[in-house]
Ligand binder design. Structure first.
Ligand code: G3H
Length: 457
């Protein structure tokens, strides 16, 4: 077996796009910016987000007397600070393109006037960067209020600020940006590429979308919602192959794996309070379906959730791979994200096939996904914003239910251990032996609960 090259392949190379956000405060612009950044980075598209208010705060600290208000309309010094911050933000974006030939930048700011938008468009065009305006227009008071509360609870910009402070500050900013707000429309802005979300994607207006990557961004934002929800993740129960240390295959559960399947039913009853719309998703492989077999909820089987295909190494132990194919064994340790098993897949390949799953998960409110180690690492990496190089090394133990509490600006993880022993399938770098010697919490953040409730026979 020969080692394979691992080109940093991307369908999107050589494209330079700047997504310029448009809209009043508390319309979810920063939330959308962060989500796009996370989604595209996960798909291997170099992406960076630039928040204008961070530049403004810095300039205000340097140039305005303490306690003065940068959002005063007729104050020359305040206007200068705002202009400098706008320049700083766009300069940082252009600098980013001197370090990255291609990729997506996000200008996270209000950009409510046509004049500002035209200026940004012209500067970006001069540097061969396509502008996509993304406006979040919202006049639904209930949605605005809910977003203000989310910002207060979870946005880093308002960390440690009281609700009263956040509400007053956002009101003040809204008044200021509203005084110059010219919402985008086809009549005045028909020459630009833009996406307009009305009331957080209740309706979407799109204009002049003309590349594959732009259409991916449209499709992605169409699927976003900000309702609080949980996603539940679990590996299948321990399998016969796990007992033998073999990878791949389509083995049945071991005795302890069946025990976990029964216990999972009790854990779901205990820990998932809202079962009304709960869906259970599995792969096409027996071990995930057997694990789900005691759960009485609507089920979906996805080929995209099948385990990473180990190609010619399918059915072997890591020891056997190390002995028979030492070069491949080392190559995978050296670049686990990019390494593709001969005739099989890499982690990068798995991410590509998981894209529809992520879209569906963004759309849904209550899902339990029962799948495999490598696949769960990829899903987890998306929700927890884990870097590519680290994601294949994360610990996702057997017999553990993981709860992702998806909030507007962050995700909180809880792991619920089933107290049913299982082998470790974790292989550290540089060895073919299984088992974790390092503290696993380093690899997978989140609080741990041990579940001992529920009668298991
Ligand atoms: O091959 C199947 C495993 O679940 C993937 O684990 O990427 O750590 O080798 P690994």
């Amino acid at each position: 077996m020969s080692t394979h090259p691992f080109p940093e392949y991307s369908t999107f190379n050589s494209i330079r796009i700047c997504v310029v956000m448009v809209g009043l405060p508390a319309r979810g612009k920063s939330f959308i910016s962060q989500k796009i950044k996370r989604y595209l980075s996960w798909l291997s598209v170099p992406t960076a987000s630039f928040n204008q208010s961070a530049y403004r705060e810095k300039r205000a600290m340097d140039l305005l007397p303490e306690g003065s208000d940068v959002f005063t309309l007729h104050d020359e010094q305040a206007a200068k600070v705002r202009q400098l911050a706008e320049n700083d933000c766009i300069e940082a974006i252009l600098k980013w393109y001197t370090l990255h030939d291609a990729g997506v930048t996000i200008y996270d700011g209000a950009n409510t006037s046509r004049q500002i938008r035209k200026r940004l468009y012209d500067i970006l065009a001069e540097h061969d960067v396509q502008t996509v305006f993304l406006e979040s227009f919202c006049d639904d008071e209930a949605k605005i209020q809910a977003n203000v509360m989310d910002i207060n609870r979870t946005s880093p910009e308002y960390a440690e600020k009281s609700t009263e402070y956040t509400v007053a500050d956002l009101k003040k900013k809204t008044r200021f940006y509203n005084s110059m707000y010219e919402p985008m429309d086809v009549e005045h802005d028909g020459q630009y590429t833009f996406i307009k979300l009305l009331n957080l994607s209740s309706q979407i207006l799109i204009n002049r979308i003309d590349s594959y990557l732009q259409s991916r961004i449209v499709f992605y934002v169409m699927n976003l919602h900000v309702k609080p929800r949980y996603i539940w993740l679990s590996r299948h129960g321990e399998s016969q192959y796990n007992l033998e240390g073999k990878i791949g295959g389509d083995a049945d559960l071991s005795e302890r794996g069946w025990k976990y399947a029964r216990k999972l039913k009790h854990m779901v009853d205990q820990y998932i309070p809202d079962q009304q719309n709960l869906q259970v998703w599995t792969s096409t492989l027996k071990r995930t379906q057997q694990t789900a077999s005691f759960l009485q909820f609507p089920k979906k089987t996805w080929k995209a959730l099948d385990e990473l295909d180990a190609g010619s190494c399918d059915g072997l132990t890591y020891d056997e791979i190390a002995q028979r194919f030492p070069k491949d064994f080392k190559a995978r340790d050296d670049n686990k994200f990019g390494y593709r098993y001969p005739g099989g897949e890499s982690y990068r390949d798995v991410i590509t096939r998981l894209e529809p799953i992520i879209m569906e998960l963004e759309n849904q409110e209550n899902v339990l996904v029962i799948t495999h180690q490598a696949v769960l690492r990829c899903i987890y990496a998306y929700f927890m914003n884990v870097q590519q190089k680290d994601s294949p090394w994360m610990s996702i133990p057997l017999h553990t239910l993981i709860k992702l509490d998806i909030r507007a600006y962050n995700t909180i993880v809880t792991r619920i251990k089933a107290d049913i022993p299982a082998v470790s399938t974790y292989k550290e770098k540089g060895t073919s032996k299984l088992g974790e010697t390092s503290d696993e919490s380093k690899n997978l953040a989140g609080s741990i609960i041990s579940s001992s409730t529920g009668q298991v026979v």
